[in-house]
Design a protein around this ligand. Structure first.
Ligand code: NDP
Ligand code: NHF
Length: 323
């Protein structure tokens, strides 16, 4: 009920809320004041003991617990809205997808940009062939949060916390928080303020997958949708040496897709933090901080959450988009 959960609860304010759950009693009490009739829980497993009382569930917990809250809901045939990223790993995603298919209920993931007009228009343009066959795509976000080589880099990146390793000191657990329930399936570790609240935990491998899953779930969504991508044949990543505890602040990853049907072979590259596509650094495209660039044999399309443009501009002068 903190962070995104608070916002989602407000969005559901018109519904009949019969149960609310938060591992933090302070956040729980704040939500309970809005819905005094609702049952209150700190352990989401107990919510499902009252399954006859509700039809749908909204999950806004941390990444490492999404699947553990979503799976029992689907098994009980409850409709589910779950925040992005849907799961913590690929195995969980497969389990959830199969459970959702069996349940036959309505499901939605918290990638709200997917539901807006801009992404739909981009998909129409790409699939309509405006820039021809796409063989290269780049996705980049400028946020550089995660493992940093130095405190100076963290400061320059306006990172929200600087930590290069698991903490050896122990902080007092915030009032109201049940730390053991927060950890849930993650291995136990003493509490420290570097872990909560979000988005601090996003960088720790035990709880999340860094910026690539956090923001990638919004941004990589667009090429997957527009180009109907499935599994790549190869993935190569580059960045600082792999760290056992923390996701990197800056990194890139290139996915290679084989030709399939009308779609030629494709290279899709994710760039985060200080890394950008070469066409960006050489100023071959507008200097957007975050973007998705589709490169086709008849032109390029550059998009973000709320707008897109066809490039090079002079080639598309007078272009009228379909109604
Ligand atoms: N779609 C979007 O635009 C956005 C989506 N998100 C997504 O929302 C999710 C939550 O992120 P965020 O709000 O930043 O995280 P926070 O850590 O700020 O908030 C999570 C909330 O859930 C509580 N909580 C954590 N674990 C459990 C549990 N096992 N059972 C019940 N309650 C629990 C937390 O308690 P406590 O306060 O004690 O930690 C807190 O109130 C993430 O998946 C994130 O990716 C986030 C922001 C925007
Ligand atoms: O879009 C978003 C804004 O930032 C948040 C914190 O990193 C994300 O979790 C969220 O999905």
């Amino acid at each position: 009920m903190g962070g995104r959960g608070g916002a989602n609860l407000k969005g559901l304010g018109g519904e009949q809320i019969v149960a609310i759950c938060d591992v933090n009693k302070v956040n729980l009490a704040r939500a309970a004041a809005m819905f005094p009739e609702a049952r209150q829980f700190q352990d989401f497993r107990r919510v499902f003991d009252h399954a006859g009382e509700f039809d749908a569930v909204a999950v806004s917990t941390c990444e490492h617990t999404h699947a553990f809250a979503t799976l029992p809901a689907l098994q009980l045939k409850k409709h589910v809205y779950c925040e992005k990223p849907l799961t913590y790993n690929v195995h969980e995603a497969r389990v959830i997808r199969e459970a959702a298919a069996r349940a036959g209920v309505v499901t939605q993931m918290g990638t709200q940009i997917h539901a807006g007009d801009n992404y739909r228009r981009v998909v129409e343009h790409i699939q309509g062939g405006v820039i021809g066959k796409v063989s290269e795509c780049h996705v980049w976000v400028s946020r550089a949060w995660g493992w940093q080589a130095s405190e100076a880099e963290a400061t320059a990146a306006k990172d929200i916390v600087f930590t290069q390793n698991r903490q050896t000191t122990v902080d007092s657990v915030p009032e109201g928080l049940d730390w053991d329930l927060w950890l849930a399936p993650a291995p136990a570790r003493p509490f420290n303020n570097v872990y909560v609240p979000g988005p601090k935990w996003y960088r720790w491998w035990d709880f999340g997958n860094g910026t690539m899953s956090d923001l990638g779930s919004h941004w990589i969504d667009l090429p997957f949708w527009a180009l109907k991508l499935k599994a790549p044949s190869a993935i190569e990543a580059s960045g600082p040496p792999v760290h056992a505890e923390l996701a990197p602040a800056s990194m890139s990853a290139r996915y290679t897709y084989e030709a399939e049907g009308d779609q030629p072979a494709l290279s899709l590259t994710w760039h985060q933090g200080t890394l950008k596509p070469e066409i960006w650094t050489s100023k071959g495209i507008p200097q957007w901080d975050n973007g998705v660039l589709f490169i086709g044999d008849k032109g390029m399309l550059l998009a973000d959450y709320s707008k897109f443009t066809l490039l090079p501009e002079d080639k598309f002068v007078g272009y009228t988009p379909p109604p």
